[in-house]
Design a protein around this ligand. Structure first.
Ligand code: XLS
Ligand code: CA
Ligand code: CA
Length: 436
């Protein structure tokens, strides 16, 4: 059965093409910065937005159907799996990501939910074998069901914690069964609405306990992928514990989990935390925890998580600059955690949205490579810090300078006589000249 009948395989046609169903910048086999674009970008499809989300919001019902011609919920799930692989094949996407509840609907009991997961996992495994597609990461949806209204790992009720642990155990098992390269923790409802009812210390200790148990269990059953935490400052809770990369790093270090986890950085979550996407990536890179990316963008005029397909090429260029500087992806990749707008309600729109996002990242990669070979920006930054390469600066960096020595140096100097311009506007124009 073919689900997207009027759409064929999307091919690269180059930027002169006006065929909406063609890539203009993403040429999978072209080598950019030493690897093929396919290897550099490692695109993934998000099962939840692409295969499941029907466009509902808090003011209205869905505008698209994701039933794939079936009526019974397990038949829908089966058809969905086949449709997902057709879509990935047509878009030439090699990876996918899912929550447990995206692939199989929750049953009346945990045992039934698990049996449903086994049934769909077997189908996905077969489809992966046929197509060569891979699982970038799996995760558990520990936020949608009402039992998680006060959180999962950070719930005040130990029974909820136990249920979440059981759900995560199964999600880790199916991720392992499918050869997943990663397992994600996203905070879901792990945060709080008011400190008047919250024991923040216990909640965070418990979250760390759950993460430690998950890592130990996953390794014991042969999971060799990476673990990720995905920072987000707010939504659904007022305050999410995994606020941003810096906050998550402090948490991981406190609980001695920093060897086990890397970051999954989402663009829209960065801007919700009042950071740029590049900032979050830089913090991760500088601290050796850069892992994977949820590619999307927010809306400058809206303060919530709109999960739009990424089309802003400045952002994708600066993102790919960080990725290249980090040495490229290892087990991570670019997962389109993005959905079409509610008004873009046809399956053609989904294809057009992926093409737009993939082309925006392909452009970003091409520009990032040019930024690095052009060298003006890197050279400027290196020269800006040149005073740390000799004399007193070198002593500071080497850790041999003392306060007394620095005082003597400053007294002798009188005052600082040279302070070179930061040239922000010039650098922004350099970036434009590289881009256009
Ligand atoms: C929600 C998150 C979520 C994670 C996976 O805002 O982006 O979709 O990526 O649970
Ligand atoms: Ca995400
Ligand atoms: Ca998001």
């Amino acid at each position: 059965m073919e689900y997207f009948k009027n759409i064929g395989k999307i091919k690269y046609e180059g930027k002169q093409s006006d065929n909406p169903f063609a890539f203009k910048f993403y040429n999978p086999d072209e080598v950019v910065a030493g690897k093929t674009m396919r290897e550099q970008l490692k695109f993934a499809m998000s099962y939840w937005h692409t295969m499941c989300a029907e466009g509902s919001d808090m003011f209205g019902v869905g505008t698209m159907s994701k039933n794939y011609g079936a009526t019974n919920e397990m038949d829908i799930a089966k058809n969905k799996a086949h449709a997902a692989f057709e879509l990935m094949d047509k878009l030439d996407i090699d990876y996918y990501c899912f929550h447990d509840r995206d692939i199989a609907p929750e049953g009346a009991s945990l045992a039934e939910s698990n049996a449903r997961l086994d049934e769909i996992t077997a189908i996905l495994k077969g489809l992966m074998k046929q197509s060569g597609k891979k699982l970038l990461w799996g995760t558990a949806n520990c936020f949608g069901n009402k039992r998680y209204m006060h959180g999962a790992g950070t719930a005040p009720n130990a029974d909820v914690f136990a249920f979440a642990a059981a759900q995560i155990k199964k999600a880790v098992e199916i991720t392992t069964e499918l050869g997943g390269d990663g397992y994600v923790f996203w905070g879901g409802r792990e945060g709080y609405e008011t400190l008047l009812n919250t024991n923040m210390a216990l909640e965070q200790d418990n979250m760390a306990r759950l993460m430690r148990m998950t890592v130990d269990y996953a390794r014991s059953i042969g999971f060799t992928g990476d673990f990720y935490i995905e920072p987000k400052p707010k939504e659904p809770t007022k305050h999410q514990y995994d606020f941003d990369t810096a906050t998550v790093l402090a948490f991981l270090r406190k609980y001695d989990l920093n060897k086990d986890f890397k970051m999954n950085i989402e663009a829209n979550h960065a801007t919700l935390a009042m950071h740029t996407f590049q900032h979050e990536l830089r913090v991760a890179r500088d601290n050796g925890v850069f892992g994977s990316i949820d590619a999307n963008q927010g809306d400058m005029c809206l303060g919530w998580d709109t999960d739009q397909f990424p089309t802003n090429v400045y952002d994708t260029a600066l993102c790919m600059y960080e990725v290249l500087k980090a040495g490229g992806f290892t087990k991570g990749g670019l997962n389109f955690d993005a959905k079409t707008r509610r008004g873009s309600n046809t399956s053609e729109d989904i294809f057009l949205a992926y093409i737009a996002g993939m082309d925006a990242f392909a452009l970003g990669l091409r520009i990032a490579d040019k930024m690095i070979t052009d060298g003006r920006i890197d050279k400027f930054v290196a020269e800006r810090y040149a005073s740390y390469q000799s004399g007193i600066g070198k002593k500071i960096v080497d850790g041999t300078a003392t306060m007394t020595e620095l005082e003597a140096y400053a007294l002798n100097m009188g005052d600082v006589t040279t302070n070179i311009s930061g040239k922000q506007e010039y650098l922004e124009s350099v970036l434009n000249s590289i881009m256009f």
